[in-house]
Write a new protein. Structure first.
Length: 228
């Protein structure tokens, strides 16, 4: 699946960003009517959690829509969930986000190095600069604890989930902005497959519109993980 990002680089100017996703990704239509998206999310939750009460489903759907709105305001151009089966018949699930953010003006090849310098060194965090088809990318793989407010599920208190995140940052070649590709999962057992998938998605970023001859008809071959 190849798609252009719906944002703009300036008044009336389309953002020069395209991305390719493999099979197994389910995008959320960010340009859809919020009420329709809310109803669709409610219906999906009701099918996934038939034991949940109406109040819990409503609270979760509203919480998701509010969080999605904040992400869009911060530059989100793509949001999807993914479900893939690994070679050893394990389900790899998670979330994919693609965002656009401002970056300092200057040589785009230097941006990944400065992005890594600005990221704190923490235990269990891996950082590198790797070449991708669209240019050099800063890569950060980190494990973190994510707090989920109980209000999202209509219950009191909070819960904490352990999440592994792989984030790639690439500078646009001609405008002072950068694209951030982030995949996260709670399936720690499929570390190699997750890193390969994240690298594959990042490799699908392009700052040049695809031509019919170049447009991929099938998912591209997985790129090796920068961390082995």
């Amino acid at each position: 699946m190849t798609a252009p990002a719906p944002e703009t680089a300036g008044p009336g100017l389309p953002l020069p960003l395209w991305y390719t996703l493999p099979e197994g990704f389910r995008p959320v239509e960010l340009s859809a009517d919020p009420e329709e998206r809310l109803e669709a999310h409610y219906t999906a939750l009701a099918e996934l959690c038939p034991e949940a009460t109406t109040g819990q489903l409503v609270a979760s759907a509203l919480g998701f829509e509010a969080a999605l709105g904040r992400l869009v305001e911060d530059g989100l151009v793509h949001f999807s969930s993914f479900v893939l089966r690994t070679d050893d018949d394990q389900l790899l699930t998670g979330i994919c986000q693609i965002s656009v953010t401002d970056r300092p003006a200057g040589d785009p090849h230097l941006y990944p190095h400065s992005a890594l310098r600005g990221h704190p060194d923490q235990p269990g965090t891996h950082k590198a600069v790797v070449p991708l088809p669209a240019g050099l990318a800063a890569v950060v793989v980190a494990d973190q604890a994510v707090t989920v407010p109980g209000a999202l599920f209509g219950v009191p208190g909070e819960s904490t989930s352990a999440v592994r995140t792989a984030t790639f940052q690439l500078a646009f070649p001609r405008i002072p902005q950068a694209v951030v590709v982030s995949l996260s999962t709670e399936v720690f057992e499929a570390e190699e497959e997750f890193l390969e998938l994240a690298t594959l998605v990042a490799a699908g970023i392009s700052f040049t519109a695809p031509t019919p001859a170049r447009a991929p008809k099938t998912p591209v071959t997985a790129t090796s993980s920068p961390f082995g």
